[in-house]
Design a protein around this ligand. Structure first.
Ligand code: 13P
Ligand code: SF4
Length: 340
C-alpha cells in the first residue's frame, strides 16, 4: 500500500546541506503515487507549478502551466499562489522571484543552470558594455539577474523581433548573450547590432550534414527550428521560432511529418496536440541521438515532490539587485502585450 507522508515525521533539513548538493536529498518511497502526492501538496500549500516545455513528460503532465519563457514569465507575474514551484532552470525561477519578492519560489534542483546564461559573466559583460556607451542593451531572458540588472530590455525568443522593431532606427543596440539568436534577429530586422559571443550547448549540437540527409528521406516534412540554433541549421528551416511557435506551427500546418530542431522535451506536447502526426528530432552531431538539455533534465518528479514537501531549495536575492533586474523585465512585459 502506498505510504502517506502525512503519517511520517519529517526530518529537519539542514539548509547548508541542501545548498551543497542543490536539492533535497532524501529517499522517496518507490510505491508512492507521485502525481497524487504532488497534486495534494499543491492544493494544501496554495502552490502553482510552472513548467518549461523542456521538462520531462511526467513533470509537464503534473504542471498547472506548461509554456515557453514568455508564457512562464507572464504566468509568474500574475499568479496569486503563495508558492511558485519552477520546473525549469535557474534563470527562469530567478525571473519568477524578481517578479514576486514576497512569494516563496522553489526550484527542484538548484544546479539546473544554463550554458547560455553561464556564457555571459557579469564582470566581463560590464567591461564589454562600457565600450559602447551610446548603445542600449537588449538581453535574452536566458541570463542571470546580474546581467538583467545591466540590461535595458529583456526579450524571449517569442517577442525578440517585435521588441527590436520598436527601437528607433538611430539607436544602436547591444544584443546579449545568444549570438545565434542575435544573428537571426539582424537578418530578420535589418538592424546592425553588437553581439555578445554566447550560445547554448543544446542548440549548437545539431548537424547540418545529418539534417540534409534526413530531409532527403522526408522531403515533405517541414523543418521547425529554434533561433538558438546555428545559421547552417537555420538556413534549412521552414519555420524558425520559440518553442510555443514551433508547437503552434505543427498544429496549424497540414503536413503529417515534421523535423524538429530544438530540445526534445517539446515533442511531448506536440505529440499530445497531434497524435496522428510524426515528429522527428533533428540529428545531433554527437555519438548518441540525444537532444536533451542536461540542465533541464536535472529536475525529476522525485525532486519536485521533495521540494514541494520541504519548500526548499528556495531562490533568494539581494533586494537592490532584484530591483535593477526587475525594470527590464517589466519593460519587456509592457512592450510585448498581445505577442503570442
Ligand atoms: P523558449 O521556450 O522561450 O523558446 O526558450 C527556449 C530555451 O532554450 C529555454 O531555455
Ligand atoms: Fe540553457 Fe540551452 Fe538548456 Fe535552454 S536548452 S536551458 S538555453 S542550455
Amino acid at each position: 500500500m502506498p505510504m502517506s507522508t502525512e503519517t511520517l515525521t519529517l526530518p529537519v533539513l539542514d539548509d547548508a546541506a541542501i545548498a551543497e548538493v542543490g536539492f533535497v536529498q532524501l529517499p522517496v518511497d518507490p510505491t508512492l503515487d507521485m502525481f497524487a502526492e504532488i497534486e495534494r501538496l499543491k492544493k494544501e500549500k496554495n502552490a502553482v507549478l510552472l513548467a518549461h516545455y523542456y521538462q520531462e513528460p511526467d513533470i509537464q503532465d503534473v504542471a498547472d502551466y506548461v509554456g515557453d519563457s514568455l508564457g512562464l514569465s507572464r504566468e509568474a507575474a500574475k499568479t496569486e499562489a503563495d508558492i511558485i514551484v519552477f520546473a525549469g532552470v535557474h534563470f527562469m525561477a530567478e525571473t519568477a522571484k524578481i517578479l514576486n519578492p514576497n512569494k516563496t519560489v522553489i526550484l527542484p534542483d538548484l544546479n539546473a543552470g544554463c550554458s547560455l546564461a553561464d556564457s555571459c559573466p557579469p564582470d566581463e559583460f560590464a567591461a564589454f558594455r562600457a565600450k559602447y556607451p551610446d548603445h542600449i542593451v537588449i538581453s535574452y531572458i536566458n541570463c542571470s539577474a546580474a546581467i538583467k540588472a545591466q540590461t535595458d530590455i529583456i526579450c524571449t525568443s517569442s517577442n525578440a523581433k517585435h521588441l527590436v522593431e520598436q527601437i528607433p532606427d538611430d539607436q544602436p543596440i547591444i544584443f546579449a548573450p545568444d549570438k545565434n539568436l542575435g544573428r537571426w534577429l539582424i537578418k530578420e530586422t535589418g538592424r546592425d547590432m553588437v553581439l555578445w559571443d554566447g550560445s547554448c550547448i543544446v542548440h549548437e549540437i545539431f548537424s547540418e550534414q545529418k539534417l540534409v540527409r534526413l530531409k532527403a528521406r522526408h522531403p515533405d516534412a517541414p523543418v521547425l527550428a529554434h533561433p538558438e540554433c546555428e545559421e547552417p541549421v537555420l538556413r534549412h528551416a521552414d519555420h524558425i521560432g520559440s518553442t510555443s511557435s514551433i508547437r503552434r506551427y505543427a498544429v496549424e500546418n497540414p503536413a503529417t511529418e515534421f523535423i524538429v530542431a530544438t530540445e526534445a522535451g517539446i515533442l511531448h506536447q506536440m505529440q499530445k496536440d497531434s497524435p496522428d502526426k510524426t515528429f522527428i528530432p533533428a540529428p545531433p552531431d554527437n555519438g548518441c541521438a540525444c537532444n536533451d538539455c542536461p540542465h533541464m533534465k536535472l529536475n525529476t518528479l522525485e525532486k519536485l515532490y521533495l521540494c514541494l514537501e520541504y519548500e526548499k531549495p528556495t531562490i533568494e536575492m539581494e533586494e537592490s539587485l532584484r530591483l535593477r533586474a526587475l525594470k527590464p523585465i517589466e519593460r519587456m512585459l509592457e512592450m510585448s502585450e498581445g505577442v503570442k
